[in-house]
Design a protein around this ligand. Structure first.
Ligand code: ARG
Length: 490
């Protein structure tokens, strides 16, 4: 599309040529400014939502007699053809038309003439872009929601197989108390269940239709906002036109929810990296989910987990970028807000990619239960249990704790574990020990004794897995999944 200068003659509205707003201007936009201003390179992905939104808007304009009903029909039909043409690569979008919204309007007008020129009645790009972004992100949330649920499901399935797999639990990355692999995996499942509800929550607040807010002060036409909202599957309409076009909380909230989700993925990625190290040897990655080295023939690297950990930083960056873009903006729309798209799209794309690759990487992991048990058997993970034994014999916990501290010192000197001490050695520190101390110190007994809700004992973890399964079932039918037609495209 060519840029026409000197568009000052009387019949300037023979579109398409030049900028839509050329009437007000005596000169063309500088080429550098044109490039600088254009957002097509990153908002072209909104073409479908733009078309759906325009179709719903046109239907409403026609129904209200704001434009001739036959024009509305022609617009809707042509938008349907345009959608197919874009999807089948028959349309060239041009950055000269600045963004996807003006591209579509110009294409429509080139095909329909005056009917196309009537589409933008009672609408501004400000409410249009707010609409398109909400429509697009709502769909993206549905996809992310289902990927997160399936990751949760993968974790529950793995956990089911490992309720008896004893491993060391850590604090400060120092061996602390024995747990099971299932207990560790369901800890992550719990985090992802919060992410699922956060995405739902974010969707709920995003689910209001801004169309009708106009540029900032709504419109003078007798529009039917409720109808448009219904046609586009929104739960409600926005309540203040200034806020409707000036708000990007929904993008920030989504980036915040995805930052937390990425943080959880990153922590689990870190576990996988540690577990797969020679030092831990708790697991081995499937060949399909690891990579080799160009020089060291023996290497099997956890690149997928490392990339997930690394990409977490990008998503945090997206969140901070958006918060910073918005922090100084007066009401209502400001062009700064065009900077919303790249970060929020990047956050969505990154999270989707990471979730997609993570679940199969986990489900193909080979765990080494013997190595985990071996690690849990040394390092005095049963020291707390030893103190608890003395408490059961009537000692105050602090006193028992002191006795076991002395026993551990004795073990360190003699190069033994607690259960390797003779009864005499136990008694040399406290006469409260008896032969049954060895039963209390056995690894499986230590895990089984932690039989309180939320604990690692098998019945508790099984109950947790059941609860996670019920959670998955209850959240499978996401309230945000498209309810109706999702727009009036034939
Ligand atoms: N491309 C613009 C954006 O993404 C569309 C809205 C433009 N509005 C305006 N008043 N210039 O923000």
């Amino acid at each position: 599309m060519k840029n026409t200068s000197n568009r000052t003659g009387p019949d300037r509205n023979t579109e398409p040529a030049g900028k839509l707003w050329a009437g007000r201007f005596q000169k063309d936009t500088d080429a550098l400014v044109g490039d600088f201003n254009a957002s097509l390179s990153f908002d072209a992905r909104l073409y479908r939502e733009d078309i759906e939104g325009s179709a719903a808007h046109a239907a409403m304009l026609g129904a209200r007699g704001i434009i001739p009903p036959e024009d509305a029909e022609a617009i809707i039909a042509e938008l349907g053809r345009l959608l197919t043409d874009i999807e089948e690569g028959r349309v060239t979008l041009t950055p000269e038309a600045e963004d996807i919204h003006m591209n579509i309007e110009q294409l429509l007008t080139a095909r329909l003439g005056d009917a196309g020129r009537r589409l933008h009645t009672a609408r501004s790009r400000n409410d249009q872009v707010a609409l398109d972004l909400r429509l697009y992100l709502k769909k993206q949330i549905c996809g992310l929601h289902s990927l997160t649920l399936s990751l949760l499901d993968t974790l529950a399935t793995l956990a089911e197989a490992h309720t008896g797999t004893v491993m060391p639990g850590y604090t400060h990355l120092q061996r602390a108390q024995p747990i099971t692999l299932a207990h560790a995996l369901t800890a992550y499942a719990e985090m992802f269940s919060r992410d699922v509800t956060r995405l739902e929550d974010c969707h709920r607040r995003m689910d209001v239709c801004p169309l009708g807010a106009g540029a900032l002060a709504a419109t003078t036409y007798p529009i039917d906002r409720a109808r448009v909202a219904r046609d586009l599957d929104f739960a409600d309409v926005t309540r203040n036109s200034l806020d409707a076009v000036g708000d990007r909380d929904f993008c920030i909230e989504l980036c915040a929810a995805l930052s937390l989700l990425m943080m959880h993925l990153s922590r689990l990625a870190e576990e996988v990296i540690l577990w797969c190290s020679w030092e831990f040897g708790f697991a081995e990655l499937d060949d399909a989910y690891s990579t080799g080295s160009s020089i060291m023939p023996q290497k099997k690297n956890p690149d997928v987990a490392e990339l997930v950990r690394g990409k977490t930083g990008r998503v945090y960056g997206d969140l901070i970028a958006l918060l910073t873009v918005m922090k100084g903006l007066p009401l209502a729309y400001n062009k700064d807000m065009q900077e919303d798209k790249e970060p929020v799209f990047d956050a969505v794309d990154t999270a989707r990619q990471c979730l997609s690759v993570f679940a199969p990487m986990l489900s193909t992991l080979t765990f080494r239960p013997e190595a985990m048990r071996r690690a849990a058997a040394s390092g005095f993970l049963n020291a707390t249990d030893c103190a608890d034994y003395l408490v059961r014999r009537g000692l105050p916990f602090r006193e028992a704790y002191g006795i076991v501290g002395r026993l551990v010192r004795l073990c360190l000197v003699r190069g033994k574990d607690l259960e390797g001490l003779t009864l005499e050695e136990f008694r040399s520190v406290s006469e409260h020990f008896d032969r049954d101390v060895y039963d209390a110190l056995a690894l499986d007994a230590c895990v089984a004794a932690r039989n309180v809700p939320g604990g690692p004992a098998t019945p508790q973890v099984r109950a947790h897995i059941e609860a996670l399964r019920a959670f998955c079932r209850a959240h499978k039918h996401f309230p945000g999944a498209p309810r109706g037609t999702g727009g009036k495209i034939p």
